[in-house]
Every structure is written in structure tokens, then in C-alpha cells.
Design a protein around this ligand. Sequence first.
Ligand code: GH3
Ligand code: MG
Ligand code: MG
Ligand code: MG
Length: 324
Amino acid sequence: QRALASRAIGMGDPLVTAAAETGLDAQILLVEDRPGAADRMAGALSQHHRVTVEADPLTAIQVAAEGEFDLALISLDLSGHDGLRLCSQLRSLDRTRGMPLIMIAEAHDRARIVRGLDFGVHDYLMRPVDRNELLARARTQVRRKRFSDVLRGAMQASMQMAVTDGLTGLHNRRYLDNHLGMLFSEEGMRHRPMAALILDIDRFKAINDTYGHEAGDDVLRAFADRVRQHTRPIDIVARYGGEEIVVVLPDAGLAEAHAIAERIRERIQAAPFAVQRATRDLPVTVSIGVAVRCADDASPGDMLRRADEGLYEAKAGGRNRVVA
Ligand code: GH3
Ligand code: MG
Ligand code: MG
Ligand code: MG
């Protein structure tokens, strides 16, 4: 989570910014089938970058899709092939869409240059290609791509953070509420069975009081990991409150939900939690309330309320138990 947070502010990170600013040491794909021109351009570019030369456009697509190129330079006149068509294919493939393209053109190619720029080719170079212009245009595109990569990474990280609990890495309450809302409102989902578990660590305050709040945090993380370990990938596991976790079990009826809850309860009790900040491994137990969706539930809250009542009974009945 810390790593996510620093990615999110990665724009200001001097290292990231420097890498983007130099626009050097890039992976460049050069699609050119004139040996002389290919050698000259590759020679110039390889002083600052790693260059792959490809003469055949079909192979070039494959190489581009399998590699991690920061830029491709494409000759418009490949013998027997339309370089512009190659550009358009690279623009439409998922794997290569983000890769900047520079066309290598002749004076009579004006109309095709315009068409290329129209569908998103970033830049072009005129033959005979000037060495300094080649290096400058390549560098500009590499720099631009790296900045947009940093930006996209930061955006994804902050979107991720908005639905993730910072302490445990589980989904957060907002995600759970949205997800349950969707499961309750979508017509196709409404008649499917569904169950929810509410888990609450027993006597958690005593752990905080005895070993400190940070040891308590370690226990919470280990607790979350173990619950995640003993649920299925399709189950939603979310931190609901302080030391409470909600598990949503799609397509589970009461018997199955009860069995899953019982297994989790047993797995939590089975081995004490290794906690760095405590003097010994800490035994933890959990109480769990179980509820299934009923036909007349108006909202997820109705189902969760019944699970909470089960949890209350489990606590009152002596803890370390499951009540449906
Ligand atoms: P029981 O559930 O068995 O009735 O007893 P409990 O001691 O667990 O009681 P309760 O559920 O009411 O208390 C939960 C405690 O969890 C209170 C709060 O200080 C602590 N807590 C909540 N969030 C966090 C957290 O993020 N970190 C830590 N270390 N403690 C937390
Ligand atoms: Mg409680
Ligand atoms: Mg508790
Ligand atoms: Mg609690």
C-alpha cells in the first residue's frame, strides 16, 4: 500500500521525472527494408538507445506486440507493403496502442503523412533523414510516452487506493457497498443465491491493551491474510470496520455459507499469529454471523443486519463460534 501511495505521487518523484526527461536509453523498433537507410538510422539511434531493425512488416507487428518498445519508426515505402497500413494496425492492437509511431516518408508522401497524423501517428521524418533531427524527434516521443506512462500509473494507483483498505489491502467499505448495491440492483443478479459473513475478532481490545496498537495492526493484517487464504477468488473480502471483515459469497446457500464460515473460524484458531511487535505468537479466535439473501430483502443492509444479529449471538454465546 505504501508502494501504491508513492506511485500515486510518482509524478513528483525526481528519479521518475529524470528518466522521463532524458528520453534516452529507450527500446526502439525500426521497420525499414532499405539496408543502407536502416544501417544509418540504427547506427545513429544506437548511440543512445537499444534498436531492433525489422524489414518485414508482418514480423514487425509480432515483434512489437511481444516487446516493450518505447517507440517505432516505420518506413512508409516497404517493398510490396503499405507502411501506413502497418501504422494503423499498430495503433489498433491493444499491446501496441500506447507505443509512439514516427513515419519515415518521401516528399511525394504528403497525402499519406496527413492520413497517418489523422489516425494518431505522432510524427514523421523526411528522407533523406537528418541524423540530428532523427535523434531529436525520437527523444521527444520517448519522453512524451514516459510521462504519459507515469501519469497512467499514478491514476491507476489512486483509483486502486480509493477502493482498497490501507492497512490490510482488502477491499474497503466503499467498494463493498458499491459491489453489494450492484448485486442487489441488477436484474440478472437478483434471483441468484448469495450469503454474507460478518467476522469480528474476539477480545481484540485485550491485544491492543497488552501489546500495543501496532501489534494489534499486525494481528489485523495477519487475520485479513488468513481469511483471504480460506475464501474463494470469487468471494468478496472487505474490511467492514475496525476489526470486522465482511465476506460476500456469491451463489452460496445457507449450508455452504455456514460450512465456509466454520472452516474460517477453525483456521483462525488453528495456529497463533506470528506478530513481530509482540513477545510471542498470539492466539486469536473469531466470531462469525452468517446470513443469506431473502426474497424480500430490499437492500444489502437487510442481509447484513441479519448477519450482525448472528454475530451478536455468537459473542453472547461464548465467542469463537458461528451463528446463522
Ligand atoms: P469482542 O469483539 O469479543 O466483543 O471484543 P473486542 O475487544 O474485540 O471488542 P470490540 O469489537 O468492541 O473492539 C474492537 C477494538 O478494535 C476497539 C478498537 O480499539 C480496536 N481497533 C479498531 N480498529 C483498529 C485498528 O485499525 N488497529 C488496531 N490496532 N485496533 C483497532
Ligand atoms: Mg464487538
Ligand atoms: Mg471484536
Ligand atoms: Mg468489533
